[in-house]
Design a protein around this ligand. Structure first.
Ligand code: DC
Length: 228
């Protein structure tokens, strides 16, 4: 499958935004409420980053990383509690994918144009009936430019760092809030300034600033776009 064309009648809701904007949580809840499929595109980049780590590849060797992007098998599966588990080459790597190390590797490899191309068709293949909620950075701009529904979520860097801090603390991981804020700002700068598919809202995306908003309020606003 080389383009999105065969699927244009299947609706897609794209939800793009920076890390910590709430994209993952919101996208998943919205997809469950609509009964649509869900694509966590960041997990694909993270999976390639993790697979590259397992294979001891050099993050400065683009050719090896592109091969890795083509070769890495990524599977998604709902566990009985409804949590999305991610399998990398058949191994459940859900927890490893969430680490800052995996995020930083994903951000670095995501800047390589050939890696992005290697993952394009895989992402478009998620467009299946009755619909798709696609979560990422370039869902509305590059992967599904014809999507009828597009959202761009933002939140202040401070609030995003605090959300991440709470998540990690709940998991028993000891972290430093200032360090997290610095990492978030660095990742934002890298994702927004890269030459290929930089993080930016599609011209036709509805922007929602989630600073100070609860999850339910954001879910409701997004659902209103699809089923007014
Ligand atoms: O959404 P996330 O934090 O899981 O994404 C991890 C990294 O992957 C992020 O730094 C940028 C990159 N990414 C991307 O470039 N394009 C996407 N569609 C999704 C993620």
């Amino acid at each position: 499958m080389n383009s999105a064309a065969p699927h244009t009648s299947i609706p897609v809701l794209t939800i793009d935004g920076p890390s910590g904007s709430g994209k993952g949580t919101i996208s998943r809840l919205v997809s469950q409420q609509l009964g649509w499929h869900y694509l966590d595109s960041g997990a694909l980049y993270r999976a390639v980053g993790v697979a590259a780590g397992w294979a001891d590849l050099d993050l400065a060797d683009p050719a090896a990383l592109v091969r890795c992007a083509f070769d890495t098998k990524v599977g998604f599966r709902d566990d009985p509690s409804g949590e999305l588990r991610v399998l990398v080459n058949g191994v459940d790597a859900t927890d490893e994918l969430r680490t800052e190390t995996a995020g930083a590797a994903a951000s670095a490899i995501a800047a390589i144009p050939e890696v992005r191309s290697a993952l394009k068709d895989r992402q478009r293949a998620f467009r299946q009936a009755p619909g798709l909620v696609a979560d990422g950075r370039d869902m509305g701009t590059v992967i599904f430019p014809d999507a009828p529904f597009k959202v761009f979520l933002t939140a202040s860097a401070e609030e995003r760092a605090e959300r991440r801090y709470k998540q990690l603390k709940d998991k028993g991981v000891s972290v430093n809030l200032d360090g997290l804020l610095r990492e978030i700002l660095a990742r934002d700068a890298r994702d927004a300034s890269r030459a290929v598919a930089p993080l930016r809202p599609a011209d036709d995306a509805v922007r929602i600033d989630t600073t100070g908003l609860g999850i339910d309020a954001v879910v409701e606003r997004v659902l209103q776009l699809v089923t007014p």
